[in-house]
Ligand binder design. Structure first.
Ligand code: AMP
Length: 304
């Protein structure tokens, strides 16, 4: 009953209105695995890096009980690099550059021992690669998928195939609208659930997230942080906290999915406090639990 995570591993150069950083550790599978590591282990990470990926990074991931047998290190290659710039409205960002490097020919090979994984987190990569991952697994029980506007627009057919095999799709509000051509999020959610996913999570940036079940909706608040330093990876940290908690509890009832959404929101709130993955490298279980309780208090009220 292990947890498999597949996605990008990157060095990110990020500018915000307040600060900037170059070559910070990032990538979807990095954020997801680190966030999930606070709940469960081992996590089997499948990704690709170049020779420039330092031993320090490998050690840090291993210290989080992340199994790196599926990490491909390409001799002479360079790790994927991404640059982004945030506006004063931190929900808005421009991609400054994308250097695919070794990511361009990424062929996710799942090591034999990880093919039995029952929980799978498909980070944001091309849908045909997500399908290739699923095709190698013996009997995945619970598949959570992330995607982005690029794939909705350019790889629609493959994405639809992935969705048919997906239990939970995690996307943001604009992606949900783009995928369905439906401006109303509640209607869009219904349309997406018809495509395969039993559950859907729509993230709304600093306004929290909505979880759609079979016939119920749960609304999670966002944590009112005063110091947001780098929104990069918030969505991936959310996904990691979400699937990590579910994997640790082995309970896929809607009530437990609600808790998982709050743990995901807690991990996202830590991630944005620092640049790159720094915000989720050195947390304690107590810190995470305290924030979970704070989330509960945020929207709790009595009838009278
Ligand atoms: P998020 O802020 O959750 O959208 O995730 C940001 C992470 O996605 C960064 O660490 C980037 O390195 C990574 N990323 C950016 N563009 C891509 C892409 N085209 N494919 C995969 N990962 C990407």
């Amino acid at each position: 009953m292990s947890l498999l995570v597949v996605g990008s591993i990157a060095f990110d150069s990020i500018q915000t209105p307040f600060d900037k950083v170059e070559n910070a550790l990032g990538g979807s599978s990095t954020y997801i695995s680190l966030a999930a590591s606070y709940f469960t282990s081992p996590i089997h990470l499948v990704g690709v890096v170049g020779e420039d990926f330092s031993n320090e990074h490998i050690q840090m991931l291993e210290e989080h009980n992340i199994d790196l047998e599926g990490l491909q290190i390409i001799p002479g290659g360079k790790t994927f690099r991404w640059g982004g710039k945030y506006h004063y409205d931190l929900n808005v960002r421009d991609t400054l550059f994308t250097e695919l490097n070794v990511f361009e020919n990424f062929n996710p090979e799942i090591p034999p021992k990880s093919r039995k994984a029952s929980y799978v987190m498909l980070g944001n990569i091309q849908p045909d690669l997500q399908l290739h991952v699923l095709g190698q697994l013996e009997n995945p029980k619970f598949v959570v998928t992330d995607t982005m506007n690029l794939w909705i627009e350019t790889a629609h057919e493959d994405l639809l195939k992935v969705l048919r095999k997906t239990d939970v799709l995690i996307i943001n509000d604009s992606e949900a609208r783009l995928l369905t051509n439906e401006p109303n999020l509640i209607k869009a959610a219904g349309e997406i659930q018809k495509l395969g996913p039993k559950y859907l999570i729509i993230k709304k940036g600093e306004h929290g997230a909505l979880l759609f079940g079979v016939d119920s909706i749960f609304s999670a608040p966002a944590y009112p942080l005063e110091d947001i330093n780098d929104p990069t990876g918030a969505g991936d940290s959310f996904a990691g906290g979400f699937i990590g908690y579910l994997h640790s509890t082995r309970d896929l009832e809607f009530e437990n999915l609600k808790r998982a959404v709050i743990y995901g929101s807690a991990l996202a709130s830590f991630a944005v406090e620092k640049f790159g993955t720094k915000g989720i490298e050195d947390l304690t279980k107590l810190q995470i639990h305290d924030r979970f309780i704070e989330f509960r208090e945020l929207s709790r009220f009595d009838e009278k």
